[in-house]
Design a protein around this ligand. Structure first.
Ligand code: AMP
Ligand code: GLY
Length: 419
């Protein structure tokens, strides 16, 4: 079976390594993949947003099944376009990917169907937004409506900051078209939990829970990033919270999307905050999280491709999805300077005996060598019986990996260990 995976980061590397375990898979194409993924798949230089190019490639190479991993091709209708050519896919169609593509959409969905989330207002008119902020409770959270590489959320601790954030988004075009509409939201407090789930629109099967570490610096300081490390399972996601989430959030969301004629099939990601008043949705993603996937999929004991195809064929209820009773930790090694400017082109040295535990994100091939080519360069992932051993193991891997200008956080998993 020939498989096509759209995307080229650490998440895609984790998906590819897991899909490779299926004995029926003869070839995996990664579009575009990256210099590290090239060890596990055939990388083809087609951008993840080049929908026509992806479809053309899939048809020409008689691809049997496609996995569309990143948000932008999903929102652009990559699954719709592949399905039109008869290629079965894992991932939501565009009309369902909007759950991530528009925060105004997802917030209104939650309001309409009574799904717990922060109180909010949506504005397309800047003067109305500025006027609202004159009396809004502070701190407040300003969010660009559309996709913004995870950077379109600004937490404002003063009224001045909030006014500036709105002006930058709505007048100065800081996030382009994504910021033309903004959501102004109540500031919530509590531990955050990421829950990725499989859903075929009929049932929803949560994967093992995880915790991201979004800030660049130790102790959760510095700028927001795509994620500097993850652990799984998340200790704040107790059995009691899980049960509430299923009843109050997961099933109501899947049912709401069905009721709107926007059946969601694929990986639905719930970004949750466990507040004093119970779990609330911070955000939905229409895809696997990055770097959550790098700790979740290595713990999956069932065959990933089988589960994905069951989602496509709407047979998820009859399919086993089993996770190991273990812990995992992923430490992201980034280029110093990320998420702002950084140098690239440095050789990445990973000893062969640990290569299967390393998920490459930002790398290119140059003269036969794998060199850094992005902000987040790779994730080192260890699995162990306890979280403590997983954390120590992941940092032991980091010690064996080297590239110039490497930067990583030293405290991934510490908050979870203290919980
Ligand atoms: P998002 O891109 O929506 O996941 O937001 C990025 C981060 O901002 C989240 O992981 C939270 O830490 C934080 N955040 C988003 N919305 C809120 C909120 N309403 N209250 C407090 N923190 C928030
Ligand atoms: N790690 C958060 C995300 O993938 O959006």
């Amino acid at each position: 079976m020939k498989i096509l995976v759209v995307g080229g980061g650490g998440r895609e590397h984790a998906i590819i390594k897991k899909i490779k375990e299926n004995k029926d898979v003869t070839e995996i194409f990664a579009l575009p993949g990256n210099g590290g993924i090239a060890a596990d798949a055939t990388c083809v230089d087609v951008k993840a947003t080049d929908i026509d190019g992806i479809v053309r490639f899939a048809v020409e190479h008689s691809v049997d099944y496609a996995v569309v991993a990143p948000d932008d091709p999903l929102v652009l209708g990559c699954v719709d376009a592949l399905e039109e050519k008869g290629i079965p896919c894992f991932g939501p169609r565009a009309n369902a990917a909007i759950i991530e593509g528009s925060k105004a959409f997802s917030k209104n969905l939650m309001k309409k169907y009574g799904i717990p989330t922060a109180e909010f207002e949506v504005f397309s008119d800047m003067d109305a937004a500025l006027e609202y902020l004159e009396t809004a409770p502070i701190p407040t959270v300003i969010k660009a409506d559309g996709l913004a590489l995870g950077k379109g959320v600004i937490i404002c601790f003063t009224r001045e900051e909030a006014l500036t954030a709105v002006r930058e988004m709505m007048a100065d075009g800081k996030f382009g078209a994504s910021g033309k509409t903004v959501v102004i939201e109540e500031f919530l407090e509590g531990p955050e939990v990421s829950v990725l789930s499989f859903t075929d629109g009929k049932c929803v099967v949560p994967m093992i829970s995880s915790m991201d570490h979004k800030r660049a610096g130790d102790g959760d300081t510095g700028l927001n990033t795509g994620g500097m490390g993850t652990i799984a399972p998340n200790p704040y996601y107790t059995a009691e919270i899980a049960e509430r989430c299923m009843k109050e959030i997961f099933l109501p969301t899947v049912n709401a999307m069905n009721a709107e004629g926007r059946t969601f099939k694929g990986c639905l990601y719930f970004g949750l905050m466990i507040t004093e008043k119970g779990p609330k949705v911070i955000e939905y993603n229409c895809r696997f999280g990055d770097p959550e996937t790098q700790v979740v999929l290595p713990l999956l004991e069932s065959d990933l491709l089988t589960v994905m195809k069951a989602v496509t064929e709407e047979k998820l209820a009859e399919t086993e999805v089993k996770f190991a009773n273990k812990s995992a930790c992923c430490v992201i090694m980034a280029s110093k300077g990320y998420p702002e400017s950084y140098e690239k082109g440095f050789e990445i040295k990973v000893p062969a005996e640990i290569a299967d535990k390393v998920y490459i994100a930002g790398a290119a091939l140059k003269d036969g060598k794998v060199v850094t080519a992005g902000g987040r360069v790779l994730g080192a992932v260890e699995i162990a019986d306890t979280l403590k051993d997983a954390v120590d193991g992941a940092y032991a891997l980091v010690d064996k990996i080297s590239f110039d200008n490497a930067y990583y956080r030293h405290d991934i998993g510490q908050r979870a260990l203290k919980a």
